[in-house]
Ligand binder design. Structure first.
Ligand code: CA
Length: 233
């Protein structure tokens, strides 16, 4: 019998833990639970979980602080959970090194999909990087620096290519404005969200069939962007 992934839940609300227990155990996850940030950090060290689901509204520690402290010694995938309307909490946690987020209330299906992406991304990062990334009918040859949609070559400017490169190396994962700007333009540009909006618009014009209904380049309102993971045709 293969053991399912071990998930550490850090959540102070008993009702929420009950919901998580029911949805996750039924889908093969093993669970360790913590009710506070400090307990979560202790459990993360003691159990070495495969993934952490972290509520940002905890009684003792700021969720962002928990992410920062975990990231001092661990690369474990972290999915944060926040209340609706608290975009700044999500963004701070993502900038501190969280991998993804869910907004309460969410369905079991949504939760499982996010966890699958985070686990797959971790396995992908551990493996050797692929020279050619394929996502749906988008193909990026990272060695030759060539981009194709349905085998038609797409000409990109160096900055557009750099931006696309950051996104395809993080397929399925949300990236904050700050993280993308720092990576593509450099840390001193981390606040220049208008640059990003302009270049993202250009990339959509070139890659999407209908730039107003993007298939690849999704906007995460108030947070950043995500390259949607698509099945390879
Ligand atoms: Ca809470």
């Amino acid at each position: 019998v293969t053991e399912g992934p071990l998930l550490l839940v850090v959540e102070d609300e008993p009702q929420m833990r009950k919901f998580l227990r029911a949805s996750l155990r039924a889908n093969g996850y093993r669970l360790v639970e913590a009710e506070t940030g400090e307990e979560g950090l202790r459990h993360a060290a003691a159990y070495n979980p495969d993934i952490v689901l972290l509520d940002l509204g905890l009684p003792d520690l700021d969720g962002q602080r928990v992410v920062e402290r975990l990231r001092e010694w661990s690369g474990v995938p972290i999915v944060v959970v926040s209340a609706r309307g608290r975009e700044e909490d999500k963004v701070a946690a993502l900038d501190a090194g969280a991998d993804d987020y869910l907004t309460k209330p969410f369905s079991a299906g949504e939760l499982l999909a996010r966890l699958r992406v985070a686990l797959r991304h971790r396995d992908h990062v551990r493996a050797a990087p692929d020279a050619i990334v394929v996502n749906g009918d988008l193909k990026v040859d990272l060695v030759k620096r060539l981009v194709f949609v349905r085998d038609r070559e797409i000409r990109l400017t160096p900055t557009e290519y750099k931006l696309l490169g950051v996104l395809v190396k993080n397929i399925g994962k949300v990236l904050t404005h700050r993280a993308i700007l720092a990576e593509v333009w450099g840390p001193s540009y981390a606040g220049q969200t208008q640059y990003l909006r302009v270049y993202m618009g250009q990339l959509r014009q070139k890659l999407e069939d209908d730039p107003s209904k993007p298939r690849f380049l999704l906007t995460e309102p108030g947070v950043g962007y995500r390259m949607r993971e698509l099945a390879v045709p």
